[in-house]
Structures are given as C-alpha cells and as structure tokens.
Design a binder for this molecule. Structure first.
Ligand SMILES: *Cc1c(COP(=O)(O)O)cnc(C)c1O
Length: 233
C-alpha cells in the first residue's frame, strides 16, 4: 500500500472514531483532502485509494493540477474545492474550474463569482469564511458583518450558499479547539433560524479534526495527515 493510501486509512479511522463519539453518522462528514504544494501524482494516488474531493489554496498551482488530473483520469469524478485567499482579479478561473469555494469573505467577490460562473456547470457551492478568533491579521468576515453578507450572498443566482468556514487560532488544548468550533456552529444555527438553508460547516484540519467533528463539522479539510509535511505553505 502507498503511504498516501495508508495515511488515508488512518485519517478515516480518526474520523470514524470522532463521528461515533459524537453520536453522528459517517456520512455526515466529508473528507476534503488538501493537496496544496503536492504534485498531481499525489492526487492521482489518493484517487486510486478512493478519495474524490480535493482542496487547493493557490490558483495557478491548482489549475495546472486540475488539468493534469483531467488528462490522466478523464472519466473520474473529482470534486475541486478552492480554500485559499481570493484576489478579485482571479475570480473567473475559480468560478469555472472549481465546484466549491470555502473562502468568500466579501460580497464583491461573491458577486463576481456569480457573474462569472458558467451556467452549464450549475451553481457554485459557497462557504463564507468567518474570522472566528477575531484576530486582525486573519482573513474572514467578522461575526458582526456575517448576517448581512450571508443574506446578500444567498440571493446571488449562480451561487449556492452552503455554510460557514473557519480556521481558528491554533490551539493544542482540546477544550479550546472545541470552543472555537462551537462558535462557528452557533453562528450557523443563528443564520438557519433566520431562514437561510445552510447545511455545511467547513472546519477541522489535521491537528483538530476530532474537536471539529464533535462540534458538528460536515467537511474536514485534511492536508498533512494525508500527504505528509509541506515544504512551503
Ligand atoms: C493547508 C490548509 C488545510 C490543511 O491543513 P493541515 O494542517 O495540513 O491538515 C486546511 N484548510 C486550509 C484553509 C488550509 O490552507
């Protein structure tokens, strides 16, 4: 078995244990394999092991990888999720090459993605990134601006607002990790109570996926636990 296949098995076991401990179903949580900085060959290896959804942060690198994978496996069903910072002059290739975008934090970006989404692809799935730890340097909409942003994005014709995403401050303590994820879940609950049909909480990475699943994550974004340590980031 390849290292990537073995790592995927180990991650799967972690997810299953966390799901069971939380009294949830395995099908409630999607594993997004974050392949940034790793070559297309690593993606193909993960695909051979049954992985079908991949997250990328850097647009140019992602576009090359997506094209490479499409040439190598033209019939494979692969889902691509953009999870990196978005520059407003780069929205067009994001709108046409990805199935999901997790990092929308401004209405202007959402409007461009909606305008530029090729209609034949169907709506682009969107998560709004929230700055859950309130750090000035981190990206994401503030909790205060979230309700208005969510209502506006939900109106855009070629997008489907699915939910919220966060990258909390790094914490090794499980309680601290859970508190941040619980905050995102409560924000999502409030928006749902307000009438928005959200079904996605994108939260949890290699170091804190159990805490995220305990607090209701529906997508965990896992990089290094699958592909190994990154050499640049
Ligand atoms: C890199 C990255 C991940 C994966 O992080 P790991 O700690 O390697 O699992 C998840 N989400 C985002 C937004 C990332 O940039």
């Amino acid at each position: 078995m390849s290292i990537i296949a073995a790592n995927l098995q180990a991650v799967e076991a972690t997810i299953e244990a966390a799901v069971q401990a939380a009294g949830r179903q395995r099908s409630d949580v999607q594993l997004l394999a974050v392949s940034k900085t790793f070559p297309a060959e690593a993606v193909l290896e993960a695909m051979a092991a049954g992985q079908g959804a991949f997250g990328e942060n850097y647009l140019q690198e992602a576009l090359e990888k997506i094209a490479h994978v499409a040439r190598a496996q033209p019939d494979a069903k692969v889902e691509w999720h953009f999870i990196g910072p978005i520059q407003s002059n780069k929205t067009r290739p994001i709108a046409s090459s990805f199935d999901w975008v997790h990092t929308v934090e401004r209405l202007k970006i959402a409007q461009r993605l909606s305008e530029q989404r090729p209609p034949e692809l169907g709506p682009l799935n969107i998560c709004l990134q929230v700055n859950i730890s309130g750090e000035a340097s981190k990206s994401g909409a503030s909790e205060a601006e979230l309700p208005e942003l969510a209502r506006a994005v939900a109106q855009l014709p070629n997008l489907r607002l699915r939910g919220l995403m966060a990258i909390p401050e790094r914490a090794t303590d499980g309680e601290q990790q859970r508190a941040a994820f619980a905050r995102l879940r409560k924000l999502s609950d409030a928006l749902r109570a307000d009438g928005l049909a959200l079904d996605t909480l994108s939260m949890g990475m290699s170091g804190d996926m159990d805490a995220a699943i305990a607090e209701g994550a529906t997508i965990v974004r896992i990089g290094s636990a699958i592909f190994g340590a990154r050499h640049y980031d």
